[in-house]
Design a protein around this ligand. Sequence first.
Ligand code: NAD
Length: 330
Amino acid sequence: MMEYKLLGSTELLVSKIGFGCSPFGDVYNSLDLVEAQRTVHMAIDKGINFFDVSPYYGITLAEERLGKVLAGKRHHIVLATKCGRYGFADFDYSARAVIDGFDASLLRLKTDYVDLLQVHDVEFGAYEQIVEETLPALRQIQAAGKARYIGITGYPLGMLARIASSVPVDSVLTYCRHNLASTDMDNVLSPIVKRRGVGLINASPLHMGLLTEPGAPDWHPAPPELKEIGRQVVQFAKTRGLRLSTQALRFCLDHPDVCSTLVGMSTRKHVAWNLEALNSVSDKEVQLEIRDMFGHLFNYVWPSGRPENSDHKTCFGHNLHVEGLLNVKG
Ligand code: NAD
């Protein structure tokens, strides 16, 4: 049975397993649209109600496809999209860009509002602009009735925590910071968002494919040694008679403060496997062995965004890394 949680202090009741739509932008493989439609309908029938997309995924393709396959189902789901990131190196966090860009998202998604509008990958913007211009523009969009709630997403925990502790946001999404390869989300971000009643969304429980049989895609930012460990971990789970993805998702679902764990899906097989995680139990011994296999690359952090927004730099006037508050390596 699917479980639901309120997203922070909002009225959005989201499924503990969320449907990540980056695969709809051909981020991993090219999408079979018929299968994708069946997958979305199956997920909704099985109680998955939280869907996350972005104009960045496939450069508008994912939103357009999701809009198509959601025909007649829009009001059955909690729909989240993003703004500010429009290509691999195409960012615009100005008020004008996010307001106009979001209107285009609504057209693609064939709806007149989203439940959650998030600033995508805040670390590629200037902190001051995100706080003083972008988020106020999102509040304007909210006041116009086009977005019920607003949030931020990104990779560096320090910047997300800094924003969430300075200005009101309804949700924070981070990725690859709490799963079988990394658990540093709790060192900085989780306590702050919990204290402020902000909804915590954990994305990429499979470390963007690294914890799956096909392995990490070519564009994956992890170094080759980490990808190799991912392959070994998949084989190790097999020798224990386990499917790694199920263990990996179960591990994420066990987090007490995460409202929804977003996993990228585009096939019914993956929906079925991920639903199995709901009824499975964590094998703590296997999880500890996997942690050991990652060795010094456990909690590996790759660069993302502007250098000044990196976790390795000063946040809150402190160097979190040096002070041991942030257990990052790499
Ligand atoms: P993920 O860790 O969920 O991995 C997705 C990959 O695993 C895909 O190739 C998918 O086909 C495969 N997969 C899914 N279920 C599987 C299973 N049971 N067994 C084997 N393989 C399986 O990574 P993700 O898709 O990048 O992250 C999930 C979602 O979170 C994204 O789709 C997106 O919506 C969101 N996200 C947001 C941000 C951001 O806002 N900055 C960043 C990353 C992810």
